[in-house]
Write a protein that binds this ligand. Structure first.
Ligand code: ATP
Ligand code: MG
Length: 414
């Protein structure tokens, strides 16, 4: 049998793995500057944690979760997103009591049973941050700016920031009711819309099939209570004050149930259908709903693979791994120990910050010609050849692999 990676998963090699690491590293630096602390939560949780927090009538819970039973019959799920786990951990460790204004971030693999396509996988990475305990619009603004700053740290500047307010428990019910009345009057709704009309009518707003039929659709903006309206205006003033260009998008509703007030999504023009790079918003009731003290939260998550796809156009990858490659060759097989000791010394020097080179070789049992061919194959710029005659004078041959010139150089001078 020929094994293949499971559908919707990928093996990530070389420069792409490096890109993922650098993205996570840059995000980490930015989060720490903003006073956020890292949290690592388990990759699986009780399945009901997600059902309860994300909502029964959402794509994730309805059809995208990887649920399994362990040997004791516990119903577990691979995490489809980071928020539920973080809130669970926040409550479990009683941070809602001891550290209500915590700022946390995470990164790692998420799992969703989706139809695989460009930018949509069954295992993918997210990087996210959450700000607990603040009702202030400045918390929303900080989260939106954090997401933008992480993107711009890898050269993604041309993005569309969509923002909307979904109101609160006071003002959303009337909007919801009005929407249901409105949508009920529309003929020929698609199957998804008909179903969601009963369970999650806000989701009809972002239906890609029926959207053309929705003319003069009610807007949340007209239903926001005074507090929500003021909050939303302040968020906009704050992000404008730090030069963020954005669009108020009444159709932005987001797929998860737990949002209140601010929601946002950052989209890229460089990608096709899967153009959402990052998304987030405020969830003021989630901690309480999951059993903690009443604590507001605002947060976001970005999809690392999609962000790196957008970074293909930003020049980010050409900044990665600039190390010069040097190959250590041996003209005589019995010089292996001198060559080996030299290569280790070169590497250790580099680790002390004395050079920016990656060292390959020596490889045993191959002719010098074969070794030089290999050096070319890995893109070495120089090959250092250990040969008996030169070594007798304390020298090695340094071959420039680009112009093919070669000089004998004292080892001490390298
Ligand atoms: P979409 O509308 O694309 O399905 P979503 O609303 O389900 O996205 P979120 O749950 O908000 O996405 O996740 C945040 C980000 O994670 C998305 O903006 C996207 O960049 C990324 N993401 C979500 N699902 C996937 C997936 N299956 N594969 C790769 N990246 C994903
Ligand atoms: Mg989705």
């Amino acid at each position: 049998m020929n094994y293949k990676a499971p559908r919707g998963t990928h093996d990530i090699f070389g420069i792409n793995a490096l890109g993922l690491n650098v993205l996570e590293q840059k995000a980490r630096q930015i989060f720490i500057k903003h006073g956020f602390e890292e949290v690592r939560t388990p990759i699986f949780e009780d399945a009901s944690l997600f059902t309860r927090s994300i909502g029964e009538a959402t794509d994730i819970v309805e059809k995208e979760m990887y649920i399994f039973e362990d040997r004791k019959g516990r119903k577990l799920a691979l995490r489809p997103e980071g928020t539920a786990s973080l809130v669970r951990a926040y409550i479990e460790h009683r941070l809602d009591v001891s550290f209500p204004s915590g700022k946390f971030f995470y990164s790692g693999e998420m799992f969703r049973y989706e139809r695989p396509q460009a930018g949509r996988y069954r295992q993918f990475c997210q990087i996210g941050a959450e700000f607990y305990g603040s009702l202030s619009p400045s918390a929303d603004a900080e989260i939106i700016m954090l997401a933008c700053d992480v993107l711009s740290s890898i050269g993604i500047e041309k993005v569309n920031v969509h923002v909307n307010s979904l109101g609160c428990q006071k003002c959303r019910p009337l909007f919801r009711e009005t929407l249901v009345k409105y949508f009920t009057s529309i003929d020929d709704l698609c199957q998804d819309c008909l179903r969601r009309l009963q369970t999650n009518p806000l989701r009809l707003l972002d239906c890609k099939i029926d959207s053309d039929k929705f003319i003069n659709v009610p807007k949340m903006d007209d239903f926001l209570c005074d507090d929500c309206k003021e909050h939303f205006n302040l968020v906009q003033n704050l992000i404008r004050s730090v030069n963020c260009t954005y669009i108020v998008d009444p159709k932005l509703v987001r797929g998860l149930d737990y949002y209140t007030r601010t929601v946002f999504e950052i989209r890229s023009n460089a990608l096709g259908a899967q153009d959402a790079l990052a998304a987030g918003g405020r969830y003021d009731n989630l901690v309480k709903e999951l059993g903690g003290q009443d604590t507001p939260v605002v947060g976001f998550a970005l999809g690392s693979e999609r962000v790196l796809m957008a970074a293909q156009h930003s020049g980010f990858f050409s900044t990665l791994n600039k190390n010069e490659k040097v190959f250590i060759a041996i003209a005589d097989q019995d010089l292996i120990s001198e060559a080996f000791a030299f290569s280790i010394k070169l590497i250790r020097n580099g680790l002390k910050g004395n050079n920016d080179i990656s060292v390959f070789g020596p490889v045993d049992n191959k002719s010098l010609t074969a070794q030089l061919r290999f050096a070319d194959k890995i893109g070495a710029s120089k090959t250092i050849i250990f040969a008996k005659a030169e070594l007798g004078e304390g020298k090695v041959l340094v071959k420039n692999m680009i112009d093919k010139t070669q000089n004998a150089v004292f080892i001490d001078q390298l």
